[in-house]
Design a binder for this molecule. Structure first.
Ligand code: HEC
Length: 155
């Protein structure tokens, strides 16, 4: 009992420590941090779209979880507009300069993804399979649409 209590309070202190550290880190986001963070958020999108795809194809059940993945996509995409601070196409980043050269075109690509993921989340809530499949195609199209123009072509 006592040992468990000590372990638990140790963990609490560790969490507090991590929190204090993160507050300090926020004040000094470097271009490298911005690039790493962007890739992390993009990776969450990849996870949610992969999981959603398995629901859409009927390979797994549990509509409430499709709703969660669709919502995860909408949440991640809602952050896109702040993921590309100027100067964050550091070495190793696949973000193309056109992002900063054509901000209106880039904003339109973001808006497309925001609208598509919002619609997909609504369709997932409704449970209407046809609406879900159509909205899912549009989500995929919005990812590809942006990548085709604004990301270094992948092999
Ligand atoms: C408005 C533009 C835009 C949209 C929309 C977009 N992406 Fe991206 N994505 C990018 C750019 C630019 C990069 C390259 C980022 C870098 O390397 O710094 C990227 C990178 C990625 C990566 C690679 C991350 C890594 O670790 O290198 C994945 C995976 C990804 N996107 C998935 C998605 C998915 C899935 C969607 C749709 C739900 C999506 N993206 C929507 C612009 C976009």
């Amino acid at each position: 009992m006592q040992a468990a209590k000590i372990r638990a309070s140790g963990m609490f202190i560790a969490i507090l420590g991590a929190f204090a550290y993160s507050v300090v880190a926020i004040a000094e986001t470097t271009p490298q941090d911005a690039s790493d963070y962007r890739k992390s958020v993009m990776t969450t999108l990849k996870g949610h779209i992969g999981a959603s795809s398995m629901h859409v194809r009927g390979l797994v059940d549990g509509q409430e979880f499709l709703v969660k993945h669709a919502t995860g996509l909408a949440n991640g995409v809602s952050e896109l507009e702040r993921l590309f601070p100027a100067g964050s196409n550091v070495e190793g980043s696949d973000a193309l300069p056109i992002i900063w050269e054509q901000p209106e075109q880039f904003a339109a690509a973001i808006e497309k993804a925001v609208a598509a993921t919002r619609k997909f989340a609504e369709a997932a809530e409704s449970g209407d399979k046809e609406a879900i499949a159509a909205a899912f195609r549009d989500v995929g199209g919005s990812c590809r649409g942006c990548h085709d123009t604004f990301r270094v072509p992948q092999d």
